[in-house]
Design a binder for this molecule. Sequence first.
Ligand SMILES: CCCCCCCC/C=C\CCCCCCCC(=O)SCCNC(=O)CCNC(=O)[C@H](O)C(C)(C)COP(=O)(O)OP(=O)(O)OC[C@H]1O[C@@H](n2cnc3c(N)ncnc32)[C@H](O)[C@@H]1OP(=O)(O)O
Length: 248
Amino acid sequence: MARSLARLVKGFQSITALPAVAAPACASLRSASLRTMAVPLPFSSKPRDFSLPNVSWGPEMLRLYEFYNNLCERETEGAEKRRGPWQRLPSYNRSLKYATGGVYLSKIIQSKARLFTRNMRNPGAAFEYVLFVNKEEQRCVCILQAGHLLEGPPGHVHGGAIATMIDTVTGTHASQLCEPVMTANLNINYRSPIPLGSTVLIESTLDRKEGKKTYISCKVTSTDGSKLHTEATALFVSISISHLLLGG
Ligand SMILES: CCCCCCCC/C=C\CCCCCCCC(=O)SCCNC(=O)CCNC(=O)[C@H](O)C(C)(C)COP(=O)(O)OP(=O)(O)OC[C@H]1O[C@@H](n2cnc3c(N)ncnc32)[C@H](O)[C@@H]1OP(=O)(O)O
């Protein structure tokens, strides 16, 4: 148990320490931390960052990615590049490799476990998304391109897939504010269906923090903001690392 806890703490520290910067800089920082760490990282040494553009991304997805990516750097008077108000969050298909929530997981399950939203081999088939966070404004924006395997009502995105993305965006946002957290409550109003294959914006804002509780609001809109697809509120409760290890 003590060894697991040590691994988990290290693993968690290495995740939360990952900077949200452009991919090459991120890779070099990761390899630097690899040299100094005595325990295995929760990822392979070269994890794929799923939040970077791939061939499946359509023009709208790429346009918005470029838009927010440009806000991640601001140019100073001497044409120097400085960190801007927004940060792109890298995204991997595994979070905490050694946390099993106190339940027995076979080695096969442990080795095959993947983040639900990042488990498709075929680019563009399901969830294509990238998240940007603005810590000053306590806001998070996700650009989502909903692939053909997310069908619910004919030609439209499944409500559970929309809920999954809302949980992911608000959960990631909450864990940026006060890691680590778990979703305690999620309320969703579906206002208008999302066409399959379309690109939408998911925006989350911090409502308030009360001790262990973080309240977040979220809306899903068309990319020009003219159509409201979904609204949600979420409650996240901060958990101790032992909660992850031992279960609730
Ligand atoms: C997991 C962290 C990993 C971090 C890694 C970061 C890397 C990022 C990588 C990839 C990003 C992907 C992001 C995905 C995000 C998805 C997140 C999920 O989907 S989580 C799965 C679904 N959620 C559950 O399975 C929870 C099950 N429930 C529990 O474990 C507990 O009930 C828990 C933790 C929610 C609360 O338990 P207590 O014992 O810690 O806390 P108590 O004392 O019960 O409550 C604290 C306060 O919260 C209120 N509260 C609790 N539950 C509530 C509820 N359902 N509604 C309203 N209030 C509630 C209580 O009344 C209390 O309030 P008063 O302090 O007294 O004012």
